[in-house]
Write a protein that binds this ligand. Structure first.
Ligand code: ATP
Length: 278
């Protein structure tokens, strides 16, 4: 009986001392940790964070066991390591901040619809992809959505031309001077060709995919662009969006997926779902 009384007294004193702000504090920290862990999941950073946690644990144990030399070395490693971490993971940190910046947690609903010009552009891209697929002409087409990609445009040659299947095929024709690299479509125009995209560092991407597909994946990891890829080797048409690659598409499925991606509805909780097609 005494034990129960002690427990009840403890719970009472605990509840009386706990303030609402403590709970909010814990919830915020838990949320931030959860978001950070999901961002680094399956990246190089995951292994490194595990390494740091191990060093931290050994440092604490050595402090407790009074192993002063070991503790000193580990503490120093930890401090220098933190600075090294920021330098080594600059791309991942940038990605995380961009991800945070484009989250629309506080918007109620920002539904987008595609206009006639966008539908025309999707048709032109899908038609060009169909022809290039049959002729096994490699292509990489980036369609800008909400996140500006001027830094990518600057790596190529500015074209600022009306989107047409003929022009796209012309650009990617193997003997064309701009066939290497990616085409960027921005504000409904072919803004640039021969652009350089960031390569994905995701080690889980299939080994059979080369740099063209890896560049497409890298671009969708750092932006919300919709990317169409035609493989030079197999003629396969793929679409990459939000870090995911959908492969072996036919032109009509590509049209459907592109219209869906361009009409994405952002929900108030930051989730996304496909809006109805126009
Ligand atoms: N970082 C990049 N940015 C833009 N384009 C790139 C980039 N890296 C490679 N490419 C394009 O991809 C071409 C090389 O493709 P590669 O054969 O390595 O890839 P792949 O994914 O196997 O494609 P494919 O199936 O067409 O062979 C290059 O000639 C270039 O046009």
């Amino acid at each position: 009986m005494e034990i129960i009384e002690v427990i009840i007294t403890f719970i009472k004193s605990f509840v009386s001392e706990v303030k609402v702000t403590y709970i909010i504090d814990i919830v915020i920290i838990a949320f931030v940790l959860y978001k950070l862990l999901s961002l680094i999941k399956e990246t190089r950073a995951e292994q490194l964070v595990k390494g740091f946690i191990i060093i931290l644990i050994i440092a604490k144990v050595s402090e407790w066991a009074k192993l002063y030399a070991v503790n000193f070395i580990l503490q120093s490693t930890f401090t220098i390591g933190l600075i090294a971490l920021v330098i080594i993971f600059q791309p991942e940190l940038r990605k995380a901040l961009e991800h945070l910046g484009r989250s629309q947690w506080f918007l109620t609903s920002a539904k987008k619809t595609v206009n006639d010009e966008q539908v025309r552009i999707v048709n032109e891209i899908a038609d060009a992809a169909g022809v290039m697929s049959r002729k096994k002409i490699g292509a990489l087409i980036v369609v800008e959505r909400m996140i500006g990609i001027n830094d990518i445009v600057e790596t190529g040659t500015v074209t600022d031309a009306k989107v047409s299947a003929d022009l796209l095929m012309n650009i990617f024709y193997p003997k064309s001077p701009l066939h290497d690299g990616a085409v960027v479509i921005k504000n409904n125009r072919i803004m640039a060709a021969g652009c350089l995209l960031p390569l994905s560092t995701n080690k889980y991407i299939s080994k059979e995919l080369g740099t063209r597909h890896r560049a497409a994946m890298g671009m969708t990891e750092t932006s919300d662009a919709v990317i169409v890829i035609v493989s030079e080797e197999t003629g396969a048409i793929s679409m990459a969006v939000e870090g995911k690659l959908q492969r072996f598409l036919d032109p009509s499925t590509l049209k459907e997926l592109m219209v869906n991606a361009l009409t994405q509805e952002k929900e108030s909780n930051g989730g996304e779902k496909n809006a109805k097609k126009k």
